[in-house]
Design a protein around this ligand. Structure first.
Ligand SMILES: Nc1nc2c(ncn2[C@@H]2O[C@H](COP(=O)(O)OP(=O)(O)O)[C@@H](O)[C@H]2O)c(=O)[nH]1
Ligand SMILES: [Mg+2]
Length: 303
C-alpha cells in the first residue's frame, strides 16, 4: 500500500520511505523489493569535485533548468565527512529552501555512519526509491574524490566533475581519480581568472589519455552563481548519456552487479567470515580452501 502511494508520486510516502531506506530497516528492504520492477527510468547525474567549487550551486541551477522543462527532480546530497546526518550541509539546506514549496523537487542529505562502502549502497537504494517514485532526473552531489565518491559516481549515468580556476597543482593531484569517472567537466567560477588555462590543461590531460576515448569528454565553462552555461552543461550531460546508451548494453549492469555482491557478503554469517579469517591467519587453512568450503556449503550444486 505504501508502494502504491510512492508509485503514484505521493511526496509524504516518499519522504517516509527515504528515512526507512536511510536506516536500512527491514520494511525498507521489502519496499525496495516491491518497487524494484518499476525502476530504471530516471537519469542519474553525479556531481562531484572538491569542496567549495560550486557543486551545490550547480545542482540548484540544473534543478531550475529541469523544472523549467517540467521534469521532476530528486537531489541527494552526500557528505561522507559529516559525522551526523546533514550537519555540514546546513548551508545547502537553506539555499535549497526555495525548492521546498515545489513538490517536483525532492531533497535528501545523507551522511555515512562510518560503515565502509555503506554510503554507496545507501545512495544506490535511495536513487532506486526516487526512480520508482517517478523522479525523472536524480542529481547526486558528492564531495571530493575518495573511494566512496568514486563508487557513488559509478552509480550515475553521467558523472559531472566540477573544477575551478586557480586550483593549480590540485588538478594534477586529483587527476588520477577524476579521469576515470569524469564524463563531463564543468569549469565553474569561469568569471574568475584562469578558466582558459584550466581548460587547456584539462584538454592536454584528456589528450594524454586519449586511448580511452577520453578526448571527447566535454568541457563546459559555467558561472553557476549567475546561471551561466547551464543550458550547455545540460546539453553535454544529455549527449554523453545518449552516447553511453548506444555504447553499452545497459548502464545498470555494473551498478547492479556491485549491489548483488554487497548483499551477498552482507548475508554471509559474520561468524563464518570471522572463523575463516582466523583459520587463514593462524595458517590452519589457506584462503583457497576456505572459499572452496563456503561455496560447497552455500552452493552445493556447484561444488
Ligand atoms: N564567483 C563565483 N562564485 C561561485 C560560483 N558558483 C558558486 N559560487 C560560490 O562559491 C561558494 C561555494 O559554492 P557551493 O555551491 O556551496 O560549493 P560546493 O561546496 O562545491 O557545493 C558559494 O559562496 C557560491 O555562491 C561561480 O560560478 N562564480
Ligand atoms: Mg555543496
Amino acid at each position: 500500500m505504501q508502494a502504491e502511494r510512492i508509485l503514484a508520486g505521493d511526496v509524504r510516502a516518499l519522504a517516509r520511505a527515504a528515512t526507512a531506506v536511510e536506516n536500512h530497516t527491514a520494511e525498507a528492504e521489502a519496499l525496495l523489493a516491491e518497487l524494484y520492477p518499476r525502476t530504471g527510468r530516471a537519469t542519474i547525474i553525479g556531481v562531484t569535485g572538491p569542496p567549495g567549487v560550486g557543486k551545490s550551486t550547480l545542482v540548484d541551477q540544473l534543478t531550475r533548468a529541469l523544472r523549467a522543462e517540467g521534469k521532476t527532480v530528486g537531489i541527494l546530497a552526500v557528505d561522507p565527512s559529516s559525522p551526523f546526518s546533514g550537519g555540514a550541509i546546513l548551508g545547502d539546506r537553506i539555499r535549497m529552501q526555495q525548492h521546498h514549496a515545489d513538490g517536483g523537487v525532492f531533497i535528501r542529505s545523507m551522511a555515512t555512519r562510518g560503515q565502509m562502502g555503506g554510503l554507496a549502497r545507501g545512495t544506490l537504494e535511495m536513487a532506486l526509491l526516487l526512480d520508482a517514485a517517478g523522479r525523472e532526473a536524480i542529481l547526486i552531489e558528492t564531495v571530493g574524490v575518495g573511494q566512496d565518491e568514486v563508487e557513488i559516481a559509478r552509480l550515475a549515468d553521467v558523472t559531472l566533475v566540477v573544477l575551478v580556476p586557480g586550483m593549480g597543482d590540485d588538478v594534477q593531484a586529483i587527476k588520477a581519480g577524476i579521469m576515470e569517472i569524469a564524463d563531463v567537466f564543468a569549469i565553474n567560477k569561469s568569471d574568475q581568472a584562469g578558466a582558459e588555462r584550466l581548460e587547456q590543461e584539462l584538454r592536454a590531460m584528456l589528450l594524454l589519455a586519449s586511448d580511452h576515448g577520453r578526448m571527447e569528454t566535454p568541457i563546459v565553462k559555467t558561472v553557476a552563481s549567475e546561471g551561466k552555461g547551464i543550458g550547455e552543461l545540460l546539453a553535454a550531460v544529455r549527449s554523453v548519456k545518449d552516447k553511453k546508451i548506444r555504447n553499452s548494453e545497459s548502464l545498470w549492469m555494473a551498478r547492479l552487479r556491485e549491489m548483488l555482491r554487497e548483499r551477498l557478503l552482507e548475508r554471509m554469517p559474520a561468524e563464518a567470515l570471522r572463523d575463516g579469517a582466523e583459520a587463514v591467519a593462524a595458517r590452519r587453512a589457506n584462503p583457497y580452501e576456505v572459499v572452496g568450503e563456503w561455496l560447497r556449503r552455500w552452493y552445493p550444486d556447484r561444488g
